[in-house]
Design a protein around this ligand. Structure first.
Ligand code: ASP
Length: 161
């Protein structure tokens, strides 16, 4: 049990209630080593979390610095307001972040791709939900009102191993 818990950090939870009202929260582990003075993306509205009760809610986990530079959760909600599904909106926000990270070579691997993990989760006003990760191999948890499920998350890049 302890090792299971210790392998997880930040949690984002977005929800819609039976009246159609949206909400969201993002905790933070403070990232590894709890670097003194570091804030991360979780407490920054628009980066680690954004809710527009007319559109949807979105939040993130992963490398906060890359997300803060791009206001990622705001972008996800913005893409949903333009008609994209929650999963598509999360992928489009990740595409932008991957593109912007090309300006910062230390964030890229030998193939010129982001060498960091970042994940978005979202729900829209209709109760449709989705998520996306920079790299393959992750899941996200969903409670659809009846049961809790772990679902594979969409991704931008496939890990080779
Ligand atoms: N996003 C968090 C941060 O940058 C870290 C995490 O998701 O574990 O502080």
């Amino acid at each position: 049990m302890e090792s299971y818990l210790s392998s997880y950090g930040t949690i984002n939870c977005c929800a819609i209630d039976s009246s159609g009202n949206l909400g969201g929260v993002t905790t933070t582990s403070g990232f590894f080593f709890k670097i003194p003075g570091r804030v991360g993306d979780s407490p920054i509205i628009g980066a680690g979390l954004y809710v527009d009760n007319d559109v949807g809610a979105a939040g993130s986990t992963g490398r906060g610095e890359a997300n803060i530079l791009n206001c990622g959760s705001f972008q996800v909600v913005n893409f949903m307001s333009r008609g994209f599904s929650p999963e598509e909106a999360c992928l489009k926000a990740l595409e932008r972040i991957a593109e912007k990270s090309k300006l910062l070579p230390h964030l890229l691997n030998e193939k010129g791709l982001p060498r960091f993990g970042l994940n978005f989760y979202a729900v829209n006003k209709k109760g449709e939900y989705g998520g996306a990760s920079m790299w393959s191999g992750r899941n996200f948890a969903v409670h659809d009102g009846k049961e809790n499920k772990l679902r594979p998350i969409a991704y931008l890049y496939k890990r080779e191993r």
